[in-house]
Design a protein around this ligand. Structure first.
Ligand code: GDP
Length: 326
């Protein structure tokens, strides 16, 4: 199913689950060749010596149709023989990795060790999984997220998985980000895009690291493409994860308006849920155009409907711009 009218090239900035849900709908509306997804790698880490990229894998498994939708991580129907054996050997592998998932990390680590870049491994994993959508890590350099909390500075997975996001957050460091370069294809895909979509992902730990890679935020600010973001906050709540608590702990209002404020320097359009229609006037007054849509993606039909409405908004915008230049 594709939307009639002009086919547009879209680049999307993505974290994990929220983004994967939206892209699942978007690929049904836009030809896959027209999509490039730029994915957060700030939560990448080493597990038992293996290089694990949680957001890349969530996107990859989702597009390959093998994601475990119940957990939001890992491969559907996976077994845990290796993990159980590690327990028997006295290890405490607090990060859950199934056997088929493990194969991805072995494959990635083996190729990284042999000198491949992360983008080359990712491309290869896409081909092996039959994925035609371009999936790019935001950078090929490791830029691990550190979370500054009232319990001290924690590595991202220590905060997120081991401590279940309970320590109050004071800020973040993306180690090495100042000298990281966008991965090959990232700036090119932003330059070629008719529209850039910031997926409904955590603005601090999923989108924040992408925007922190030198050159990406300025490319969005200067872009002639329409830059649109979808709020990950609906009615003052996050659907999953610590977005709402982080907004509060960092001194923001817990609302879609606060997310818009974090992006306002580069954003043209912001999509809030219909439940947040009352916020539209306030957000618009920041010089940003705001649209409402049903943004809760609980079913496949809801994912497709949101993608359809977002593409329609973008096409209306493109039509207006064409009208202005005539
Ligand atoms: P993570 O790395 O898996 O935590 O993934 P993301 O950063 O992509 O996703 C977390 C964010 O996605 C949270 O802020 C959620 O509120 C948001 N999210 C998840 N599902 C939905 C949904 O159905 N609709 C909207 N609008 N946001 C969602």
């Amino acid at each position: 199913m594709t939307v009639p009218g002009s086919i547009m090239k879209i680049a999307a900035l993505a974290g994990g689950v929220g983004a994967a849900k939206f892209i699942t709908g978007l690929r049904r509306i836009i030809p896959e060749e027209e999509l490039t997804i730029i994915v957060n790698t700030g939560d990448d880490f080493r597990w038992m010596g293996l290089y694990v990229c949680p957001d890349l894998d969530t996107i990859l498994y989702t597009l390959a149709g093998i994601a475990n939708a119940d957990t939001g991580w890992g491969v559907s129907g996976d077994t845990f023989c290796a993990l159980n054996r590690l327990h028997e050997l006295g290890c405490d592998p607090w990060f859950q990795i199934g056997d088929r998932d493990l194969a991805t990390h072995l494959y990635r680590t083996e190729h990284l060790t042999s000198g491949w870049s992360l983008s080359k491994v990712t491309r290869s994993l896409c081909v092996q999984n039959g994925i035609r959508i371009g999936i790019l890590p935001m950078t090929d350099s490791p830029v691990p997220t550190l979370v500054h909390t009232n319990d001290g500075t924690l590595s991202f997975q220590d905060y997120f998985v081991r401590r279940k996001c309970t320590p109050a957050v004071k800020g973040f460091t993306f180690q090495g980000i100042d000298t990281a370069a966008p991965a090959p294809g990232v700036l090119e895909s932003l330059a070629a895009a008719d529209a850039v979509i910031v997926c409904p992902s955590n603005p601090f730990i999923s989108i924040g690291p992408i925007l922190g890679v030198p050159g990406i935020r300025s490319a969005l600010r200067e872009s002639s493409a329409t830059v649109l973001a979808i709020s990950p906050v609906i009615g003052g709540r996050a659907i999953k994860g610590p977005t709402a608590s982080m907004l509060a702990q960092l001194g923001n209002e817990v609302s879609a308006a606060a997310v818009a404020a974090l992006y306002e320097d580069f954003l043209d359009l912001f999509v809030v849920d219909r439940e947040d229609a009352a916020l539209v006037g306030r957000i618009c007054s920041n010089g940003l155009r705001v649209q409402t849509a049903p943004t809760l993606m609980g079913t496949m039909a809801a994912k497709i409907e949101l993608a359809r409405q977002v593409v329609e908004i973008l096409e209306r915008e493109a039509g207006k711009q064409r009208g202005q230049t005539l």
